[in-house]
Design a protein around this ligand. Structure first.
Ligand code: SER
Length: 615
């Protein structure tokens, strides 16, 4: 960027060097590394915490490090052991469904990156604020417009944050504003966890607007319930003081880039520039932004193992994909423009997130697969939508059911006529429908004379119950072994056990090689020969998720869950731990010999293994 101006009759030309987004990431990581932080890679968009649909913040992967002993399996997660430092820094892939409706304005996105530094007992307010101040003003040369601090809330026993105020004052920041729970109190996420007051930093963008760029959270407390329970105060649950208070900070990368590059919206930064260039000039501005946002989200969600479906994260992905694909039709975009934009995203983000390159084919196949499913009904659905003079939640749901067009598409097409349909009303219809079909499922299996039918396990006689029970424990060993050999990308996507075999579906991006299958088989058989103990523990869901047990992320779990552990009785080392309803053998030695029969593709990014056990 550059320009020229006249002064005192002299002509000056100047060139300002714009800091590229890539460089900003680098500077952030380097600054904190130089200040004693361990660089930790972004965790997946699919979080380990099953009470949260998608990763919404950098702190999520670090939740266990804030918790006191006893709240996380056998003891406090040890940052020193895991990272070699009590302080970490990351650039985290994040996704906020709460912002879907806002996408298209100057600064809201679904998928975004979050820069964050974290401390688990290493430092607290003084250092956290001083680092943020130095990084913004010295490293990046930005000016801080103002900061906020927590005004205090008596009913939850948290006083005004005077300490942060005086730290800011000592750094020369004069404009300090007080805000309440809604703005400057973070967490807890999901069904409970660390939380505390925050202080936020605002800087100006190119349009002179004050933009919140950095949120610094002081995790002083633990709340054993949800954010809603904390806000309402009616659950009877209390904030507990954490013995070692922690720091969690989050800086929206796209917003920071807008502030540094002095653009008026995030879409004019170099993070979006080349994507928008690919879209026709005459496409409506909002739609251009939505398209670019959704294409990024689609690329990153698929890479982390989400597949389009009618439930949970899969449903969100489907919504984003179908809205983008509908634009291709309603606005006559070049065919397959979505794939072209996705390719560009892989190109510009692939250096920092190499997993995008690894998954490029899977992304392409998943987009193509969804397009094929949707294209059959899309045009028909759009025509039908035009026919209505008014659309309510139930009409919208029927359109979705019949033609697969999501609410956003209906709203885009119907405009004013659908303006009263809220997301909540639409989702209530969706839920009603899912409950009806679940009831139908149970009835269907009812009359089949099965004496065991857990949905996953089916057996008609007592003998068969014994076989499927052995196969079931073997399936847990299989998942653990797959993760040991192929990595934690492996997650259960489905499982079906009959007396003949177990069939296990899991997320993985490529074919498993014969060598790897052999290793997996050997690890399972070693676990069987070691005759490990299989033990079930019933515990509240909140406790269970802290034990690091694996869970089937598509499932909704009850308040009390069973966690099955397979462990070495001598060393107590855990081989496998999963949320599970059973039944299982009591010792792995009962299983017999485990053999993998076949490995194949089940759907895009999902592999399927069939295996048997013999005595
Ligand atoms: N967890 C806080 C946020 O997401 C700070 O990282 O804003």
């Amino acid at each position: 960027m550059g320009g020229f101006f006249w002064t005192n009759g002299l002509f000056f030309a100047y060139i300002t060097i714009i800091m590229e987004a890539q460089e900003i990431r680098k500077r952030f990581l380097t600054y904190f590394k130089n200040h004693g932080h361990a660089i930790v890679p972004s965790s997946s968009l699919i979080p380990d915490d099953p009470s949260v649909l998608l990763t919404t913040a950098g702190m999520q992967q670090f939740k266990p490090y804030y918790l006191p002993a006893g709240r996380h399996g056998t003891g406090k997660a040890d940052a020193m052991k895991d990272f070699g430092s009590l302080n970490t820094v990351s650039v985290q892939k994040s996704f906020r469904t709460s912002d879907i409706e806002e996408v298209g304005d100057e600064r809201h996105l679904t998928f975004f990156e979050m820069l964050g530094n974290f401390s688990f007992g290493g430092y607290f307010k003084k250092e956290a604020i001083t680092y943020a101040h130095e990084f913004l003003t010295k490293e990046l040369g930005l000016e801080i417009s103002y900061v906020t601090i927590f005004e205090g809330k008596e009913s939850i026993g948290v006083p005004k944050d005077e300490e942060s105020r005086s730290i800011w004052q000592s750094l020369g920041v004069a404009d300090i504003r007080e805000e309440g729970m809604g703005d400057v109190f973070w967490g807890p996420t999901g069904s409970g966890g660390p939380c505390g007051p925050t202080t936020e930093i605002y800087c100006k963008n190119g349009a002179g607007q004050d933009i919140e760029v950095w949120n610094i959270v002081f995790n002083e407390f633990l709340f054993p319930g949800s954010r809603e329970e904390l806000n309402s105060g009616s659950s009877g649950k209390q904030l507990e003081k954490l013995l070692t208070p922690g720091v969690d900070t989050g800086m929206g990368f796209e917003r920071l880039t807008m502030v540094i590059q002095k653009t008026q919206t995030i879409f004019e930064t170099d993070l979006f520039y080349s994507l928008l260039q690919l879209l026709p000039n005459n496409l409506d501005t909002i739609k251009r932004r939505v398209f670019a946002d959704h294409a990024r989200a689609i690329t990153f969600l698929i890479t982390d193992g989400v597949r389009p479906s009618n439930k949970e994260a899969g449903y969100i992905l489907r919504r984003l994909m179908r809205r983008s694909m509908a634009y291709e039709k309603t606005d006559n975009l070049p065919e397959h423009i979505l794939q072209t934009v996705v390719d560009e995203i892989i190109c510009i983000y692939g250096d920092f997130y190499p997993e995008l390159q690894v998954q490029a084919t899977t992304i392409k196949d998943t987009v193509a697969g969804e397009r094929e499913k949707f294209s059959k009904t899309l045009e028909h659905g759009i025509r039908e939508t035009y026919k209505f003079s008014e659309i309510n939640a139930s009409t919208a749901f029927n359109l979705y059911q019949s033609f697969g067009i999501s609410l956003d598409v209906i709203k885009d097409v119907a405009g004013e006529k659908a303006k009263n349909v809220t997301n909540e009303a639409f989702e209530a219809e969706l839920k009603k429908h899912q409950e009806i079909s679940r009831a139908g499922q149970t009835a269907k299996f009812g009359g089949h004379g099965l004496i065991l039918d857990t949905g996953e396990l089916k057996a008609g006689t007592k003998e068969e119950v014994k076989i499927v029970t052995r196969l079931h424990t073997a399936t847990h060993l299989l998942q653990a072994a797959l993760r040991k050999v192929l990595g934690t990308e492996v997650h259960q996507m489905g499982s079906d056990i009959t007396p003949e075999r177990t069939r296990f579906d899991f997320s993985f991006s490529r074919k498993v090689t014969p060598d790897e299958l052999k290793q997996v088989e050997e690890i399972v058989n070693e676990a069987i020969q070691s005759d490990y103990v299989v033990e079930a523990k019933k515990m509240p869901y909140e406790e269970a998720i802290k034990t690091n047990a694996l869970y089937f992320f598509k499932e909704k779990y009850p308040k009390e869950v069973n966690v099955y552990s397979v462990f070495d009785p001598n060393t107590h080392e855990v081989f496998s731990r999963e949320f599970c309803g059973g039944p299982h053998v009591t010792h792995t030695g009962e299983i017999g010999v485990f053999k993998i029969l076949k490995e194949e593709s089940s759907s895009a990014g999902v592999r399927r293994i069939r295996a048997i056990v013999t005595l």
